[in-house]
Structure formats: structure tokens, C-alpha cells
Design a protein. Sequence first.
Length: 240
Amino acid sequence: MKKCSYFCTALAVLIVFCTAAGQEPVPTQPTSLPVGSATITQIKGEVVLHGPQGEALVAQRGLVLAAASTIETQKGNLLLELQDGSQVLVKPHSRVMLQDPNQGKGFYLELLIGKVVNKIQKRLGNTPSFRMGTPTAVVTVRGTRFEVEVNKKLRTYVVVYEGMVEVAGMFGAAPPVLVRPGFITNVDRDREPAQPREIGEGRERGGSESGRDREGFGRNDSEREGRQQRRSPTQEGPDD
């Protein structure tokens, strides 16, 4: 009787195993990223990463960076994908900190120095706008393509390729300016944003030479970027 019991149990296990083996595997649901985090989808060159507690991280494709992580691209660059599918291309010699938009100033990221090129997914209905900060400006969008740069003097430049971008001074009480495609503005310390002007203009208000042009970001570079409006500014990935 005992042998019969063992045999029946073994037979039942075998039947279950064979049945499961013949079935298609049940697909698992993708795990959503925590708020404020980002995934590295492309990387090239020298990049230094630190986690929220200051711990060093190994820079590699597929790594998920938590909110409060810091990115320093030195001579390298990398492409980030945010929780909502937005893309941020961090250019060389940049320092970026990821942020939790549900805390503090409501930023998704802060650009401390350098340049980022952004393709932000459109916000629909009551979905909060995408906000990012720099040492001198707050940039708010509801889905568009634009570039933000901070130079060594902490002047912020915002160039828009698609959609509308709202730019405000970090500490001023002046109303923000709206920057439309093909236009640029800049914000200095404790100043209100400059009135938007067309990309490539060589003169600031008052007739002085554009600081952006003096630093090597003149008409040729701007027009080259403008020709890529129909492509994602992040499609090209890290520089070759």
C-alpha cells in the first residue's frame, strides 16, 4: 500500500510538471521605476556617478539611478530615460543631480554646470509639468524639445526647438518668459530672464555682443541644432 501511495504521488507530480512544461510562460509585468529615478540607456567616455549617499557607482548601460544621484560627465556623455519615458542627453563636462519631483522644489533634475538636451513627454490633463532647475533659473515645460546650458559664471541659457518653455529666475519675483521654437533666453544671477531672441542673434539687449556667441555657441551651432528639430535631440545618442 505504501509503495502504491509513493507511486501515485510521483505520478501526480509528473503530470503537473509535464502540463506546466507544455504551457507558455506567463509574461511578467515590467517593474516601474521609482519616482525621480532614471535609467542609463547609452553611455560613452569618462563618466563619474555617485548614489544618494555619496557612494561611487559603476557607470554602465541599464543602471537605474535613484533620486539624489549625481552625474559628472567629464569627457564622456550619457543618455538617461526618466520614469515617464522622457529622455535627457547629458553632454560632456556637465554635472547633473536627479531629484524627486514630489519633494523640495518639484524638480526632476538640476543642471549645476554644463549642458543637457531634453525630449520631454507631453503632459496631459492634470499631470504636473516637468520642472528642472539651474543655479539661476527654473525651467517648466509640458512636453517639448529644448536645451539648457549653464556656464562657469552660472549664466543659464535655454534654447527651444519644439513646443513652448517657461523660464523664470531662481530668486526673482519677476514673471517668467515664454520661449517658443527657434528662440533663446538667458538668466544671470539675481536677474530676470532676458527677453527671448531668435537663435543665432549676435546681439543682446543694449547692443552688446552675445555672451553665448563669445563662448563658441554662435549661429552655426544653433542652426545645426535647429535642423534636427524633426529628430529627437537624443536620437543620436552620446557623441561619436
